[in-house]
Design a protein around this ligand. Sequence first.
Ligand code: UDP
Ligand code: MG
Length: 327
Amino acid sequence: MQDSFDQAPTRNLLSVIVPCYNEQEVIETTHARLMELFATLDLDCEVIYINDGSRDRTLEILKRLQQSDDRVRVLSFSRNFGHQLAVSAGIDAAAGDAVVLIDSDLQDPPELIPEMVAKWREGYHVVYGVRAQRAGESAFKLLTAKAFYRMINVISDVAIPLDTGDFRLMDRRVVAVLQNMPERDRFVRGMVSWVGFKQFALPYARAERAAGESKYPLRKMLLFALDGVISFSLVPLRIATACGFLAAAMAVLGILYALFLRLFTGNWAPGFTLLFISIFFLGAATLMSLGIVGEYVGRIYRELKRRPLYIIDERLGFRNRTLATQV
Ligand code: UDP
Ligand code: MG
């Protein structure tokens, strides 16, 4: 005989994490799209907005959304800590059996989430979006992004899938591992690859930003790329070593050349230009290598200080939930 309790649908919790930095133009539209989507899902849902030190009306709008719906939670940072830390704070606070990371500007279509959930139910632990097409980005951004993902894949210690962003669904088990990764320089998409488990690639067309402007100027993009490379690879250090060997090899060739001239032609090596070039070459190689080593040392220093990753100023809608880890 079947117990009637067995027929009760199993309802799991889905947490959707949305980092927001000066997104007053778009956040209400995003919220409406998410709520429409939640209504179609056979899951309990919560959305966690992280206000990453916005200077516009973002926080005010988020507070209003939070008051109107108890599935909305808001974490507000004490200042701007950057996209990757906002995402990390969301991961730390998420209670879901599955957790979705999504941008606030509707470039990642929320309508893809049901497909991600379906794959998750099939048994995948990570379902990540692969940007098959990208609308509304400059040729420069497309080209540099393409080059970056290929380059990091070649040199990184773990395979990081090509052309992925942070738009993805992760199972509780993956989230639990991420919550226990205390590193400061966070390249979240790389960290998720590093965790492993069964991962599924879901191609999608990345839309244009629905409103507002990109919060990733070139400077932030370059720093982000540098973090990605340095957190996941020691290859730059090896390049520095290789430069040293190359310079040494050239010096040996120079010595042999000078000896040859002296012994077999009776000439002194005519040296001024060569001297000039080799001093500059060596100086450049030395300084560049020092710089590369410095990037690693600086990160070790930052890591050693053991400061909190982010500071939360306000926390709304979490009721009695104890938040995992930092601060
Ligand atoms: N973002 C953030 N903190 C920052 C910069 C960006 O939380 O310092 C958020 C932003 O609100 C958006 C996401 O990160 O939800 C991606 O940023 P954006 O769309 O500006 O980047 P792009 O898509 O242009 O690369
Ligand atoms: Mg965007």
